[in-house]
Write a protein that binds this ligand. Structure first.
Ligand code: FVH
Length: 294
């Protein structure tokens, strides 16, 4: 049985440091390594063991959590110590694409280590809190189950499948949605700011309550997308929304605000209406998005 109480964290940026901090706070023996060594100082002050090299760090624990900037950094750090990974469980929580996750799982499999990829759905400040959750997927389900108690220290641990790319796919999709929402919020704040409305007042009194209420429509849209029936229980016809959306664009330009964030949505609505679907609900823009990647 793998001892899952001792853990190594490779990468002590804002997120990696928060992960190591959470392991320490939960009483786990924690070894840390970071390229810029002095970033480990605060953690060492709390009882972490500082490893002088990546290999020393990997050999210190049966469970290795990796949290680096990107997959180039992951391979720069791990490739030279591949032999030391044999028999260990590697949880790679570095942000990357599904393809990178799958390739890295294949690489890890050849080395004889148990590999699980992950997507952290939290900011460092909420690691260890009830609202944090981490998505995991990959061939190392047994390692995930063995390490579940340890992983739960970071936030709710959700294993989503044996395909190493799945956690990344879900992570990137969720973050794409988040950037759409936050980008829209930044646009709105810029627009009202042209008339002296303070961002904090606008956001507390109007923006956050409105966006919170509007997310309630997503399950309805999801039903329409799953069934392909975009004209059932229509909330607001796309033909009408297309016209109203032009006003958002026009008003932004009148106020001297860029429409860079608005234009792609206008284009999607225009295409769906031009294809003869003016009576569809807004969710039908999902049809226009399909098969448009390069
Ligand atoms: N911070 C966040 O809110 C998000 C939440 C969701 C998940 N992300 C992902 O987590 C990964 C790490 O993010 P981070 O916030 O810790 O990022 P930084 O503070 O910029 O730290 C980067 C660490 O990566 C090390 N590093 C970079 N390049 C290399 C390299 N070539 N060789 C070795 N280490 C490298 C860097 O080391 P140093 O600059 O301190 O020496 C930091 O430890 C990331 O995938 C997010 O997307 C965070």
């Amino acid at each position: 049985m793998v001892d899952t109480t001792a853990v190594t964290v490779l990468g002590l940026g804002n997120m990696g440091a928060a992960l190591a901090d959470a392991f320490l706070a939960a009483g786990h023996s924690t070894t840390v390594w970071n390229r810029t060594a002095d970033k480990a100082d605060p953690l060492v002050g709390k009882g972490a063991r500082r490893a002088a090299t990546v290999e020393e760090a990997v050999r210190a624990s049966p469970v290795v959590v990796v949290c680096l900037l990107d997959y180039d950094a992951v391979h720069e750090v791990l490739d030279p110590v591949g032999g030391a990974l044999r028999g260990r469980a590697v949880f790679n929580l570095t942000n990357g694409t599904p393809r990178q996750a799958r390739d890295t799982a294949g690489w890890a499999g050849k080395l004889g280590c148990e590999y699980v990829d992950g997507g952290i759905m939290a900011v460092p400040q909420i690691i260890g809190s009830e609202s944090a959750f981490v998505l995991y997927s990959g061939p190392g389900k047994a390692a995930f189950e063995a390490g579940r108690e340890l992983l739960e220290v970071l936030g709710s641990a959700r294993f989503v499948g044996d395909d190493a790319g799945l956690a990344s796919l879900l992570d990137l999709a969720l973050n794409g949605a988040m950037y759409g929402l936050l980008g829209g919020a930044m646009h709105a704040i810029a627009v009202v700011g042209t008339e002296g409305v303070k961002a904090q007042d606008f956001s507390a009194e109007l923006l956050v309550p409105y966006l919170t209420s509007m997310t309630g429509i997503i399950p309805h849209f999801a039903r329409q997308i799953d069934t392909g029936e975009y004209q059932v229980d229509v909330v607001a016809a796309l033909g009408m929304q297309q016209v109203g959306y032009r006003n958002i664009r026009r008003a932004s330009l009148d106020q001297g605000i860029s429409t860079d964030l608005l234009d792609p949505m206008q284009s999607l609505m225009d295409r769906r209406v031009a294809d003869g679907f003016a009576d569809d609900d807004f969710s039908a823009v999902a049809e226009v998005l399909k098969n448009s990647g390069t």
